[in-house]
Design a protein around this ligand. Structure first.
Ligand code: 5GP
Ligand code: MG
Length: 456
């Protein structure tokens, strides 16, 4: 998954982009980058790892200009290289193209083979590079027509920010898979994956980029091409469940409210009578646990503490037991757990490794009974549309019943929110969401290259 941010018409374009990317860091921690355009020149800097660790005043000084866009990238498999970091930046006959992509294309391989057969040379394994080539080849006159032409025939999920010289372009796929919001700041136009990035730079939210829409911003103002009439919406429901920040609005709805409603619904579907209290696996399940507590009347305890300094570079200790990694990240409060019947709320179970480790830590802290409640349904299939969800074989619920999962993770009881319950709890549900990873109802054929190999 990824986070994208762009701004046009501001003297501090690159600095504001950096700030915006800070609040999109949760969408991608593997690499980050910014491209800025200034008077016929475009500059780009891409770094591995967290933005805050490798992006300082020296880097910003190399990114002058009033138009900039940036990207944070997440991918756990394969191609974690600087070549695959974004934004892409290329020179072409018409000047410069910068591109930042969130989502996964499902027919990138075929499109790439076509381009290669016609002489194109690729410099990364990213699906997004296909769009850069198609943009450069387009003979359409306006930048927005170039982008509309470039994305015609591309299948899958994309929210895009593109710079063609000092024109900033934004686009979303016709099904609205990934979010993208538009805002305004001091007369400049701003785009961001989530509204929390508009907040941090002080921009005012204007509206979402519409599914199928291409927007161009240049010196003469804002123009749009609407390509999205009568298309079914496939907004990613997992953005509400886990991915987006709770202080954001995505798809026009509040993430915090969505999670709280998911937690309330979970308490109705799977109450835990006789339990002493409920607690969240922080931070992603905090709002769901609050909702569960409100609905069930069980007190909410802060019974599990998370270490916020555990990064991706964390080196596993040599005495690595099964729980070593989980243990470094989470620690239960023994004084709260000891002798109690507890309800642990998490937003999702993916592989089950974190969950299994947590359950044994909680038992070791003295909990007498552990009842797990999950604010989404069992994940039974991979995501082809931008969330790095693991292969089917690694998904604990792919081949197991709920009882078998409960046995695997070692809980006294396990309740997952139903598909129907989830879709009815999120804003603007139950229709218009992609829930393929839960339901197996994939809106497209699978990609020809497995996700992770050629993604984001
Ligand atoms: P598991 O028990 O499956 O190993 O881990 C479950 C935890 O992973 C949950 O706390 C959930 O919030 C988190 N999670 C869910 N989806 C993702 C994801 O796409 N990436 C990462 N890093 N964590 C996830
Ligand atoms: Mg979590």
């Amino acid at each position: 998954m990824c986070g994208i941010f762009g701004i046009r018409g501001h003297a501090n374009a690159a600095a504001l982009t950096q700030l915006g990317l800070y609040s999109l860091q949760h969408r991608g921690q593997e690499s980050a980058g910014i491209v800025a355009y200034d008077n016929g020149r475009a500059n780009g800097i891409r770094v591995m790892g967290l933005l805050g660790e490798s992006f300082g005043p020296r880097e910003l000084a190399q990114l002058p200009g009033r138009t900039a866009l940036g990207h944070t990238r997440y991918s756990t498999t394969g191609s974690s290289t600087i070549e695959n970091a974004q934004p892409a930046l290329v020179a072409f006959r018409g000047g410069h193209i910068g591109l930042a992509h969130n989502g996964n294309l499902v027919n990138a391989t075929e499109l790439r083979q076509d381009l290669e057969a016609n002489g194109s040379i690729f410099s990364s394994t990213m699906d997004s590079e296909v769009i850069v080539h198609r943009l450069a080849r387009s003979h359409a006159t306006s930048p927005e027509a170039k982008l509309a032409e470039a994305i015609e025939g591309i299948e899958g999920a994309y929210s895009l920010l593109v710079l063609i010289n000092d024109t900033l372009l934004a686009a979303r796929d016709r099904h609205g898979w990934r979010p993208l919001a538009m805002g305004t700041l001091d007369g400049a136009t701003v785009f961001a994956s989530e509204t929390c990035a508009l907040d941090i730079v002080g921009a005012t939210y204007v509206r979402d980029v519409k599914p199928g829409e291409v927007i161009a911003v240049d010196a003469s103002g804002i123009r749009t091409i609407d390509r999205g009439r009568n298309n079914p919406l496939h907004r990613c429901v997992f953005e509400y469940v886990y991915f987006a920040r709770p202080d954001s609005r995505v798809f026009g709805g509040s993430v915090a409210r969505a999670r709280r409603a998911l937690g309330r619904r979970l308490a109705i579907e799977h109450p835990a009578p006789g339990a002493d209290f409920v607690f969240a696996v922080p931070d992603s399940a905090n709002a769901a646990a609050l909702g569960f507590s409100e609905e069930s009347g069980l007190p909410l305890e802060l019974a599990l503490i998370r270490n916020h300094y555990v990064g991706r570079t964390f080196i596993q200790p040599t005495q690595a037991g099964r729980n070593a990694k989980v243990k470094v990240k989470y620690n239960p409060v023994r004084e709260i757990m000891d002798g109690k019947k507890v309800v642990m709320v998490d937003d999702s179970i993916v592989r089950g490794t974190t969950t299994r480790g947590l359950v044994s830590l909680i038992r070791a802290a003295g909990a007498r009974e552990v009842h797990m409640r999950v604010s989404s349904p069992p994940i039974t299939g991979p995501c082809y549309y931008g969330i790095d969800m693991a292969d089917r074989a690694e998904l604990i619920a792919a081949q197991r019943s709920v009882e078998e999962v409960a046995g695997e993770i070692g809980v006294d009881s396990l309740g997952y929110l139903s598909l129907e319950g989830m879709l009815n709890a999120v804003p603007d549900g139950p229709d218009g969401f992609c829930h393929a990873c839960f339901s197996g109802q994939y809106p497209t054929r699978p990609p020809t290259v497995p996700p992770g190999k050629c993604t984001e």
